[in-house]
Design a protein. Structure first.
Length: 502
């Protein structure tokens, strides 16, 4: 695999330690008692940030600030003005685009082009798109007869749900956080964001943007910390939080759902996946190879919609394995700011150990390692980072561990298939149901397959294309509820019926 080059300037590179505070009621706040934790760079394991860990007192303060905003100016702002303010948020993110790119690169270690072309611009777009949705979606109205003959008119209005707890993942932190914050604010709610402890930067930077454009204090709040006995648990268990939205692993979602049951609070979850890629012999071969490569290895495989199970029709199986191997072995490791870097590290050493344990398990269970399977040989300046090799396996049975369990790393198992019914059964043989990608030139087959695979989103001859007006979410253990377009409004608002006697 192609590797990065070192230089004296890189070896001597010093990374300043950034002090990151909680953002509560429009102010940056250090937690009472001064408890902090360190964030290490996934590139080289150096400490790059010191983060203030929120406790119960800070979560209480955030809830109080959010409630005050709802009962004050924010709760009285007309929709048109709220829409204009959210457009201003998007414009300010764009003005400070490079700062957001640098912040996300520092936290995740992923290449600049991923931040510049996808994650940051789409994060900014979330505010404009959902602001436009809220001003254009109609409700219902009915005229009814009454015994006195005069009649009555019923009509519905949407009202904000209240305070939304937003628990975010680390794999695409800004994009996935704004995917929730954008519609929540567009609907008139206040939010308390708990970003992953691995990626605190962009959520905090967004607080500066909110102040710059004049979003009322308390509308947007950020509390930093961990899950159990920390900010995550304090937020999701807080009786003052009216609804909770979460993206992350299924086990954590289950714990949040239990917490939300106290008070019967609404939840919206996008959780794990063990997504199948299906490649038919009549596909556009080069596009299919490129598509499966992206879906399996973008963001170092740390994508909930990523493909870890690949099924290829037997006539092109061997050729496909060779072609995907060639693509994978062409990645270039390096620092994200370097122009020729195409591949970054995993988010942390802890996650690397998890991924490497699956690499080991695959071999123990009889996998043929087509490429990868370990840690790349990198220059000294990067040797302490959370790097792993992108990996392809073949030859495993359908009940093998790495075929059944979500790994969330840069790896996939490729298996041949012979018939359409066979591959539908294989794709559906999982406890998850988030996404699939299907590659074929047969339009009738494409429609049949997409309708029969039990997932929230099925891509045909594409992957990761998202029209934000459409429904997004998972089935089975991949999630609860749908977001996107009007579907987000269903979660972030309550419909109130008004009956007027004529």
């Amino acid at each position: 695999m192609t590797q990065t080059k070192s230089s004296a300037s890189q070896v001597s590179r010093q990374i300043p330690v950034r002090q990151i505070e909680n953002f509560i009621g429009g102010e940056f706040v250090t937690a009472a008692g001064g408890k902090r934790f360190d964030k290490r760079s996934p590139l080289d394991n150096r400490i790059i940030s010191s983060i203030s860990e929120a406790g119960q007192a800070e979560v209480d303060a955030a809830v109080k600030a959010a409630r005050a905003a709802l009962q004050g100016e924010w709760g009285r702002i007309p929709t048109e003005k709220r829409v204009a303010m959210l457009h201003a948020v998007a414009d300010e993110i764009t003005r400070r685009f490079d700062e957001f790119v640098e912040a996300e690169m520092a936290d995740t270690g992923q290449p600049r082009h991923v931040m510049e072309q996808a994650f940051i611009p789409r994060g900014a777009a979330n505010f404009k798109i959902f602001a436009d949705v809220i001003k254009n979606v109609p409700t219902e109205a009915f005229q009814m007869a009454t015994p006195d003959g005069e009649g009555a008119l019923n009509y519905a209005i949407r009202v904000p749900k209240g305070i939304i707890g937003v628990v975010c993942p680390w794999n695409a932190p800004f994009l996935l956080m704004t995917w929730k914050v954008g519609p929540a604010l567009a609907c008139g709610n206040a939010v308390i964001v708990k970003p992953s402890e691995e990626t605190p930067n962009t959520a905090t930077l967004l607080g500066e943007v909110m102040n710059t454009v004049g979003i009322p204090k308390g509308v947007y709040n950020v509390v930093h910390g961990f899950g159990p006995d920390s900010a995550g648990a304090f937020l999701t268990e807080h009786p003052g939080v009216d609804a909770i939205t979460f993206t992350g692993e299924t086990r954590t979602g289950s714990a949040i759902m239990k917490a939300a049951s106290n008070g019967l609070r609404d939840v919206s979850f996008e959780m794990g996946g063990k997504n199948a890629g299906i490649v038919f012999a009549d596909c556009d071969f080069d596009k299919a190879v490129d598509g499966i490569f992206r879906s399996g290895f973008l963001n170092s495989g740390q994508v909930c919609l990523g493909t870890e199970r690949v099924y290829v029709e037997r006539p092109i199986f061997e050729r496909f394995v060779v072609a995907l191997k060639e693509k994978v072995e062409g990645v270039r490791f390096g620092r994200p700011e370097e122009h020729d870097t195409t591949y970054g590290p995993l988010i942390s050493h802890e996650h690397r150990e998890k991924v490497l344990s699956y690499y080991k398990k695959a071999v123990e269970e009889g996998a043929t390692v087509v490429t990868g399977g370990g840690v790349p040989d990198l220059p000294a300046e990067l040797a302490e980072g959370a790097w792993v090799q992108p990996t392809i396996w073949t030859g495993l049975p359908d009940d093998a561990t790495v075929v059944r369990e979500e790994i969330f790393g840069p790896c996939c198992h490729i298996r041949p298939f012979d018939a359409e019914e066979e591959v539908i059964a294989l794709a559906n043989d999982t406890e998850y149901g988030l996404s699939t990608t299907i590659w074929t030139s047969n339009l009738a087959r494409a429609h049949r397959m997409a309708a029969r695979i039990d997932v929230g989103i099925a891509w045909v001859n594409s992957w990761f294309l998202r029209d934000l007006r459409t429904a997004f979410g998972g089935t089975k253990q991949s999630g609860i509820g749908r977001e996107g377009g009007v579907h987000s409004l269903e979660f972030y608002t309550e419909l109130r019926n008004i009956c007027v006697k004529l």
